[in-house]
Design a protein around this ligand. Structure first.
Ligand code: ATP
Length: 237
């Protein structure tokens, strides 16, 4: 079953065309990665799927619900990890998770918070204020927040950005494990090795267009490349 179906998606900011008619679909339980240079349109694509931006053309469905016409339904299924942290920095990490979990579903809040704390794995620092966290700690808290609700679809914008090697590996393991529990994952990354290791399928995106998509291994074979970076170079040249 398809969790996400994007067809001929167009998104403009004023006169500038950020996303120029892209199409892809994601099967349930898959990890699908968008990869491409700065300004390619990755964040924009994730944000429209997350119902945070209006689209200018094409269509998107999440679990067969139309993102434009039924955003409230779509929001029940998804969880979005933004590229940057938002407000509430004066709360402790734990209070922050409690606040979000209660907002989401008060009955399941304590279970969610425990799950979020385990994923964030910040040890005693979970009781410190968020504004004292390092970039990597903040990222871990937000990944915990995004995945604690056991979403049907997790939309993760650069989930490992700013993390050291060990932390990045741990977050990748967590992402992989959530799919074993039935979550579908859509993520963006600049890290070509990361998508090669983590994603079942990837889409290479540049200047608002998908220039190639498929399973990492199949793409490497198709372009006779040793890694995805080489695939990318060959596709764009
Ligand atoms: P990065 O890897 O740098 O995060 P990205 O692939 O996520 O880039 P987007 O952030 O989606 O790219 O940006 C796509 C294009 O849309 C860029 O040209 C960018 O300047 C433009 N853009 C993004 N957000 C806005 C906005 N709020 N207003 C105007 N233009 C925007």
């Amino acid at each position: 079953m398809e969790s996400v179906k994007v067809q001929n998606l167009i998104k403009n900011y004023g006169k500038s065309e950020a996303v120029k008619g892209i199409s892809f679909s994601i099967e349930k339980g898959e990890i699908f990665g968008l990869i491409g240079p700065n300004g390619a349109g990755k964040t924009t694509t994730l944000r429209v799927i997350a119902t945070l931006l209006q689209i200018n053309g094409g269509s998107i469905t999440v679990m067969n619900y139309d993102v434009e016409k039924q955003p409230e339904e779509v929001r029940k299924f998804i969880s979005y990890l933004p590229e940057d942290a938002g407000a509430y920095k004066n709360l402790t990490g734990k209070r922050y998770l409690e606040f979000i979990a209660n907002f989401f579903d008060p009955k399941q809040a304590s279970e969610m918070v425990n799950r979020g704390i385990t994923i964030a794995n910040l040890h005693e620092r979970i009781n410190d204020r968020v504004d004292t966290y390092s970039k990597g700690m903040m990222r871990r808290l937000l990944v915990g927040r995004a995945l604690m609700t056991n979403p049907q679809l997790a939309i993760l914008d650069e989930p490992t950005s700013g993390l050291d090697v060990v932390n990045a590996q741990e977050i990748r393991k967590i992402i992989k494990n959530t799919t074993l529990e039935g979550t579908t994952v859509l993520l963006s990354s600049h890290n070509m090795l990361e998508v090669e290791l983590l994603c079942d399928r990837i889409a290479l995106i540049a200047q608002g267009k998908i220039i190639e998509q498929g399973k990492p291994k199949a793409l490497m074979e198709k372009y006779n490349a040793r890694n995805i970076e080489e695939v990318f170079t060959k596709v764009v040249s």
